[in-house]
Design a binder for this molecule. Sequence first.
Ligand SMILES: Nc1ncnc2c1ncn2[C@@H]1O[C@H](COP(=O)(O)OP(=O)(O)OP(=O)(O)O)[C@@H](O)[C@H]1O
Ligand SMILES: [Mg+2]
Length: 347
Amino acid sequence: MITKEQVLSALSVVIDPDLQKDLVSLGMIEDIKIEGSKVSFTLVLTTPACPLRAQLERDARRAVQVMTGAQEVEIHTTSRVHNPKKVDISGNEFKHVIAIGSGKGGVGKSTVAANIAIGLAQDGASVGLLDADIYGPNIPRMLGITGTPQAEDGAKVKPLVAHGVQVVSIGFFVADGQPLIWRGPMLHSAVQQFLTDFDWGSLDYLIVDLPPGTGDVQLSLSQTLPISGAVVVTTPQAVSTDDAFRAISMFDKLEIPMLGIVENMAYLRLPDGSQMPVFGAGGGQRLEDLTGVPLLGSIPLEPEVGIDGDRGTPAVLASPDNPASEAIRAIARNLAAQSSKQAHEAE
Ligand SMILES: Nc1ncnc2c1ncn2[C@@H]1O[C@H](COP(=O)(O)OP(=O)(O)OP(=O)(O)O)[C@@H](O)[C@H]1O
Ligand SMILES: [Mg+2]
């Protein structure tokens, strides 16, 4: 007869490599059932976008088979995103608020933010995307959004939903093509209203696309929003990594933990299969070595990424097999894992 205790002791040998603890101590095992030589249980991951899902399932199955002699092991995998530092505002719940910043403009922040948001949503997370780029709110175009959200009588305004992601953009509040000259208190109250006046519900991840740079506007946005972690996007070039370093220093001064670095436009794939380092090589790795902030991944320069973004259907959806899309999906999962790690350490 296999016992529950045997199953638990087998699973307490399996270590989550990110959280450095065993599955039982982490509370990831529920609902153990034993029918003869068949064992089933639920594995509760810390995020639906867990990059270790397959590995953990395999290790857990093997441990139970070997240590209990079970003939059949059935694992139901689910997830619960949890963060002791989650933010509750006006009936909304934001478990992780992740800012995407850069020192330099045009490195692909918005592209990365939009694709990561969709990647996380594709994995089953509840995701919001807040476009806080007061200089050039590009998110509506990148997600194919044309209208603006309408308030129904007495109810809070619902964010617009595009490709499974809830979206609010500062672009909703200004006339098309008009420049934004918002400063100080006005910017502050607008940004607060993004979180208080919209009915976001409960979000696992709110991704915030920040304007480029490390000036007053970026500082006050980062202070006003309850950001739980930040990602900095850079190209491999030194002029970009220099600015990314400044962005990392800015988040550091604000005591916003860094979740990772994304290297974009890493290389161009040539027809013969070779890689052309258009903007140099190794910048993301050098920045990781310099700062200790993990490099979440490198995204190649691929024409589809730009084309799909302009058409309003980001590459992870429109060109899922493109190497850039594969890189972005992996980055989204690494980001989710880093967020889980941060939440676990906060506890
Ligand atoms: N990996 C990539 N491959 C090809 N084109 C890309 C890639 N990443 C971004 N682009 C293109 O580069 C341009 C700049 O990207 P994006 O607007 O996302 O940058 P940004 O950092 O948000 O810019 P800004 O600083 O103005 O906010 C866009 O035209 C986008 O389509
Ligand atoms: Mg942008």
